[in-house]
Design a protein around this ligand. Structure first.
Ligand SMILES: *Cc1c(COP(=O)(O)O)cnc(C)c1O
Length: 369
């Protein structure tokens, strides 16, 4: 059996006809940037998240960066963030000139360790970015207290968690603003790069829209030194076709996660902790194994492709040499980076394929490559 880590065909072929229709219609109108499709998708996605505004942007990295810039965060400011994340979260912070203050991950959730945040808050702290990593929503409730006490903003990096819910709210409505990515492989993916900022803050939404459009609210009048990061209508139209399927796709992912939770029985493997609620949309199904690389090779030999999220933490990247001195402060992140391995999990993965993956995992012993 040959099982790819991700097979987008199985997702996108379900909507092929409607995707073709969008393309045809846009070829008729020839309106490619910030047109009707863009406006429609922004309204639909804001409504889906239970937020007031959505601004389509070029990608997820820009979405985070534009939120920070829109909040006036930059040089001299500090932004608290999980050490265990994709590099884009950190790049967005340093791009603005602000300093990332890393917090180790929590061994239960793999998300930011909530109890370690307060002692890192200083007079320079302007925001906390929570990353709903692997698709599991961070419980932001305890952070509201810090937000009020220290006058700081809560920003969500929701690039992996479209549709996850916690405390009766969706990601996108759990803080002051949220950044989404619609990179093709995400739970809601475009057919190219795309992203969005979601917020209830009218001023911030307008400012992000201007910043992403050459710093301009009005043509040829430039309030800010902005950039060009807009959502194009083809991508917006494709996303509108896929959005109505997101709930069913996420449920399919959760069902598959249940299959792994119940089926995998191997002392060498640690499964993610999950309360079986819809706080998780399993963008990634992360298991831990001390012999991670051997396990990956073992699975590869049996036709099963896996992935690692992420092999090298930000504080060990050459681009961030200055963060390395604090390496010992992030033991959980280090452990996750050396032990995590992501199993295939996506809409369209068949029960037989999953059974085969589970059987291979349960038969895995040391040196069974
Ligand atoms: C994918 C991702 C991003 C970046 O999104 P792009 O659209 O690829 O720029 C940011 N943060 C996290 C956690 C991601 O997974």
């Amino acid at each position: 059996m040959n099982i790819p880590y991700l097979d987008l065909k199985r997702v996108n072929f379900n909507v092929q006809n409607k995707i073709d229709e969008v393309y045809q219609k846009i070829m008729e109108t020839q309106w490619f940037i910030r047109g009707e499709y863009c406006k429609e998708f922004e309204q639909e996605f804001a409504a889906y998240c239970g937020a007031k505004y959505c601004v389509g942007v070029g990608n997820g990295l820009d979405a985070i960066r534009l939120i920070l810039q829109g909040m006036g965060i930059g040089q001299g400011d500090e932004v608290i963030v999980s050490a265990h994340t994709f590099i884009a979260t950190i790049l967005a912070i340093t791009y603005t000139g602000a300093t990332p203050v890393l917090i180790d991950a929590d061994m239960r959730t793999y998300n930011i360790a909530l109890d370690k945040i307060e002692k890192k808050i200083t007079s320079k702290t302007r925001a906390i970015i929570v990353v709903h990593l692997y698709g599991q929503a961070v419980n932001t409730k305890p952070l509201y207290e810090l937000k009020n006490k220290y006058q700081i903003k809560i920003i969500e990096d929701a690039a992996q968690a479209h549709g996850a819910r916690i405390n009766g709210k969706m990601t996108g409505a759990l803080g002051d603003a949220a950044a989404f990515s619609f990179y093709p492989g995400k739970n809601l993916g475009a057919m190219g790069d795309a992203g969005a900022v979601v917020t209830d803050d009218r001023f911030l939404a307008d400012r992000v829209r201007a910043l992403a459009n050459y710093g301009s609210y009005k043509k040829y009048e430039h309030m800010y030194q902005g950039c060009n990061s807009r959502l194009d209508d083809l991508q917006a139209g494709f996303l509108s076709v896929k959005l109505p399927h997101l709930e069913e796709w996420n449920e399919e992912r959760r069902e598959m996660a249940r299959g792994y939770q119940q089926g995998i029985r191997n002392d060498r493997i640690t499964l993610p902790q999950w309360d079986n609620s819809d706080n998780h949309v399993f963008h990634v199904y992360p298991i831990l194994c001390e012999t991670r690389n051997e396990l990956a090779a073992y699975l590869k030999n049996r036709g099963i492709e896996t992935n690692v999220h992420y092999p090298t933490p930000v504080f060990r990247q050459r681009a961030y040499k200055e963060l390395r001195k604090n390496e010992k402060d992030y033991p959980v992140t280090s452990r996750l980076c050396s032990q995590e391995i992501s199993l295939p999990l996506y809409p369209g993965l068949t029960p037989d394929e999953q059974k085969y993956i589970i059987r291979c995992l349960n038969e895995y012993k040391e040196q069974s490559i």
